[in-house]
Design a protein around this ligand. Sequence first.
Ligand SMILES: Nc1ncnc2c1ncn2[C@@H]1O[C@H](COP(=O)(O)OP(=O)(O)OP(=O)(O)O)[C@@H](O)[C@H]1O
Length: 310
Amino acid sequence: MLELIDISKRFKKTEAVKSLNMFIEQGEIVGLLGPNGAGKSTAISILSTLIEPTEGDVRFLKKSVLKKPSPLRKAIGVVPQEIALYTQLSAEENLLFFGRIYRLKGSNLKQRVNEILEQIGLTEKRKALVESFSGGMKRRLNIGVAMLHNPKILIMDEPTVGIDPQSRSYILETVKRLNKENQMTVVYTSHYMEEVDYLCDRIYIMDQGNLIASGTKEEIKQILSSENTISIQSDRWSEAFIAQLKEHELVTNVHVEEKEITLITPKEVNLFSEIISMTEKYDITLRSLHVKSPTLEDVFLHLTGRALRD
Ligand SMILES: Nc1ncnc2c1ncn2[C@@H]1O[C@H](COP(=O)(O)OP(=O)(O)OP(=O)(O)O)[C@@H](O)[C@H]1O
């Protein structure tokens, strides 16, 4: 339905997106995952015809939209990363205002505003001024604004950044519901792999402007089918222990967190006894040592040698 074909975008010296190919089919939730600066916002701004690519084409229903963007613009709702609302107006007044921009009028507009308030769970807060809203409520209203003209495709740029966990799960549930009940196609960018893992049918993973993996979750995790992802847990580490792991010739990647170290090793080697002796040598109390099912985060670590979030 919607395609990016060999898209590149340069901003002076920065190559924000390099030869990106992407397709979105009707009814899917497609995730675009990558760390800050990976090129996600640039890719979806091109997908939404907000900026033009340096090279490549964007096609909607098989027709290029670079010169004629209006069929695509009517079909999409864009939820920007920055909240764009009038804080001195109520939730309802914001929706009425933006609805008029979409040329909705009279009872149609009122009915649509009521439906949206219901969908984003703000019916009871309709008269409250946006300045009194929490970050999560503002985000929900931002999503509501993007849905006023009943778009077929909702394009969301990191809609859960900086909000509390409760609002975050409310937004995730709303996206799932809109997709199931209204057959809305969703493009969802995030640097939280758990969100993308939970929501999306297919995923594109970007890093430094490049597409580094794409497919269903299962297909992407297959990238690690010849490796083991090992979790070592303890309350504290020593620098020497970490250094020895990093220097180990059979360890491909090491990611250190406060209480967990994740290692990627070839499937055929078993380093458990060696790891146990190393913990004894460096006086580390082992809480747990096990092989875990790989996550999208582990795939990212394997492909780039870095964690998704620093
Ligand atoms: N208008 C612009 N002018 C110059 N450089 C830009 C512009 N927009 C983006 N970039 C650069 O392009 C690269 C990709 O940025 P982009 O915002 O697309 O990444 P992102 O994956 O969306 O990250 P974030 O999560 O931080 O938004 C970055 O190096 C960024 O500094």
